[in-house]
Design a protein around this ligand. Sequence first.
Ligand code: SAM
Length: 363
Amino acid sequence: MTPIELEKRAFELADKLIDGEKLSKDDFALLIRAERELPEENAAALREKLSKRALELKQLHYGNAVYVRGLIEVTNYCKNNCLYCGIRRGNPTVSRYRLTKEQILSCCAEGYALGFRTFVMQGGEDAYFTPERVADIVREIKRNYPDCAVTLSLGEYPKEVYALWREAGADRYLLRHETANAEHYSKLHPAEMMLETRMDCLKNLRSLGFQTGCGMMIGSPYQSYETLAEDLVFIRDFRPQMVGIGPFIPAHDTPFANEKAGTFEQTLFFLSIVRILLPEVLLPATTALGTIHPHGREMGMLSGANVCMPNLSPADVRSKYSLYDNKLYTGSEAAQSLNDLEKRLETIGCNIAFVRGDSKLTE
Ligand code: SAM
């Protein structure tokens, strides 16, 4: 295919996508290829076409509101050894920590006073956080703040465990699928981790009534146009309430330490496509996006994102939850600097909504 044919076909497919037509995996792969391979001017026009539509859809469903979530990184101990992740079990240079129940509750108290109405408990898969211990913390948060939502992001567990957490009051669960292609999954994870297990977890979470989030890194090693196309087909068909998309950023002392980071532009392109595929989705402009570009959060919002997750972890542990190098945790990434975030959002005509911000996506 000549560059001219590629451009023509990509713009036709963008029109189809905007019109709500169903694209095939090959169509998505071509669109993704065009964004990478067309001359920058044409690629930028393609991105702009999709971001314009994504922004319209976001405004239609959410207006100028940005939902904020207080992110509490409860532990950086992890039994897993994901090749990309800075807190993988095999990284000996990580200074490990875990928060106590009291510390987590005091993060919530501080967050509540700041205006947060969703708390996200995220962490590595740490045996200290037994199913009952997590359930107990969730119950306590819900007892203290019945008007708040609790999101968990603690990794893979059997259905019974998810059910216990749901009964304890957890509302949402974030578990990125990382890639919808089994071979690619096996190159990002050690042999004991399987895509099938991840997908079963996601289905279980959904069936238990969690607002469920999947997602992937953009630019992870061994990713291809085809694997990314499979991600989009999966996201469209699974219809998650939330999608976490951020660039892959290498982390020192991991097998992928010397790999290239994902690009800012491609990440924005995917935010727009996902907003168009699922107009009512909750879509964060991630910390990773803020890390690779000084205006990452704002540009993410202009490309279709509508959620921000400032860091509410105790200040002394923030630097230890280093999933990748140079991860931001100060300035507008810090929950304490909501004013700073608000000012940045004002520059693009958005404002923070101090509400739970549930998903509007129905079955
Ligand atoms: N253990 C839980 C899990 O696996 O879902 C939650 C924590 S995990 C560290 C959260 C997310 O961080 C992962 O889903 C992954 O996509 C992202 N992440 C890990 N390493 C990363 C890297 N080097 N660059 C960008 N994102 C990364």
